[in-house]
Design a protein around this ligand. Structure first.
Ligand SMILES: [Zn+2]
Length: 380
């Protein structure tokens, strides 16, 4: 999964209410029509502040195409729908809690937000972000990591702060944040993994919340957030992972014509505006690289430059560079990239967690390995 950091705020864990929070998840955006059905529905219209109750089965349709384009910074919540007796149906999926319909951020349709208890949310997330058939202790480690990430987003109101307007949701169900499912995605095992870690999050010194990241396979060593993104996040350390190599995608190797790679390097360097220079007719020579280095170092017409490997990965795409754990070999007119792992490499290594669980380690031990500077805290 891909993560963007944006703003890093540390907040005090002891300030939390000892109550399970609700989370607002954006599950769809910019739809022309939204169709919600269910039994004994309650429909609240926000602009009018009117509540309507329907007995028995009912289907409600919103036409979002006709919504006038209004010049506003923040989306407007249009309606909230809940069911007194059951689940809500939307797009062949079933949801607990409420569905909110709001104007999309670009005012080109409607977004759908599911407001649900965080524990129900996590039970539907585990099969999507991990694999519901994996050992229970690996699923529990994943539940704590995903709960910590979600809780951080809720408590800091980070999405609204980064966007600069009130979004009316805490995070979205996508690879950008974390992918969650609907009611029937939860399995007996994912519900158990959630229940057995109920209310537990990772904290710094038992009091501060820090954003918690996870990825598929580190390939031998995890990375810290500042090696991959821009921000330094307290509580992270790069740790060896001799566990994940047995599982998942094998080590990878790709060769690129140097001219193609140079174009990507030029784009990657554009981000650092002061560093910008044209690579046309330039000779690029890499210095000796190692997998342990998070930066690529090279000379363009004799001028020294460095760029983060993660930056090159985002310009080349995840198919060309499946992870940030790679090494480049300069071979005249071509460049060979040899790498291990899959994903950004920060925080919990999921295949490593699977292997540790298979070896008999519990979720506390798994989390202590990948987050040696953080402690588990039960906040409700
Ligand atoms: Zn690993």
């Amino acid at each position: 999964m891909k993560k963007y950091l944006g703003l890093i705020l540390l907040i005090n864990a002891s300030a939390f209410a000892a109550k399970e929070p609700l989370i607002k998840v954006r599950i769809a955006k910019s739809l022309e029509q939204v169709h919600v059905s269910g039994r004994d529905l309650r429909r609240y219209l926000w602009p009018k502040k009117s509540l309507k109750k329907y007995a028995g089965p009912k289907s409600i349709q919103f036409n979002c195409k006709s919504k006038k384009r209004i010049k506003r910074r923040s989306p407007i919540r249009l309606a909230s729908i809940s069911s007194l007796t059951g689940l809500l149906n939307w797009e062949k999926e079933r949801y607990k809690g409420k569905l909110h319909i709001q104007t999309s951020e670009r005012f080109n349709g409607c977004d759908v937000i599911n407001e649900v208890s965080i524990e129900d949310y996590l039970a539907t997330l585990l099969p999507k972000e991990m694999n519901s058939k994996w050992p229970i202790e690996a699923l529990k480690a994943q539940a704590v990591a995903a709960r910590s990430y979600a809780f951080y987003k809720i408590q800091t109101n980070q999405v609204s702060k980064v966007k600069g307007f009130m979004t009316h949701y805490d995070l979205e169900s996508s690879e950008k944040h974390q992918v969650s499912g609907s009611y029937f995605d939860a399995t007996r095992k994912t519900i158990l993994a959630t229940k057995q870690t109920r209310g537990e999050v990772l904290t710094l010194n038992n009091e501060k919340l820090s954003p918690i990241f996870f990825h598929s396979k580190c390939g031998g060593r995890t990375l810290t957030p500042d090696q991959v993104w821009q921000n330094k996040v307290p509580g992270y350390r790069s740790v060896p992972c001799p566990f994940c190599h047995k599982h998942g995608r094998k080590n990878w190797k790709h060769a690129f014509p140097k001219s193609a790679l140079n174009q990507h390097l030029e784009r990657a360097l554009k981000v650092y505006k002061k560093d910008y220079l044209s690579f046309k007719q330039s000779s690029v020579k890499f210095t000796e690289d190692s997998k342990l280095s998070s930066r690529l170092r090279f000379y363009v017409n004799g001028k020294y430059k460095a760029v983060k490997k993660s930056r090159l990965r985002s310009t080349m795409g995840r198919t060309s560079l499946p992870s940030n754990n790679y090494q480049i070999y300069d071979q005249g007119d071509k460049v060979v990239v040899s790498g291990a792992g899959y994903g950004h490499g920060v925080g919990l290594c999921q295949f490593g967690a699977k292997e540790l669980a298979l070896q008999g380690f519990n979720y506390q031990q798994i989390l202590a390995h990948y987050f040696p500077e953080l402690t588990l805290k039960k906040i409700y």
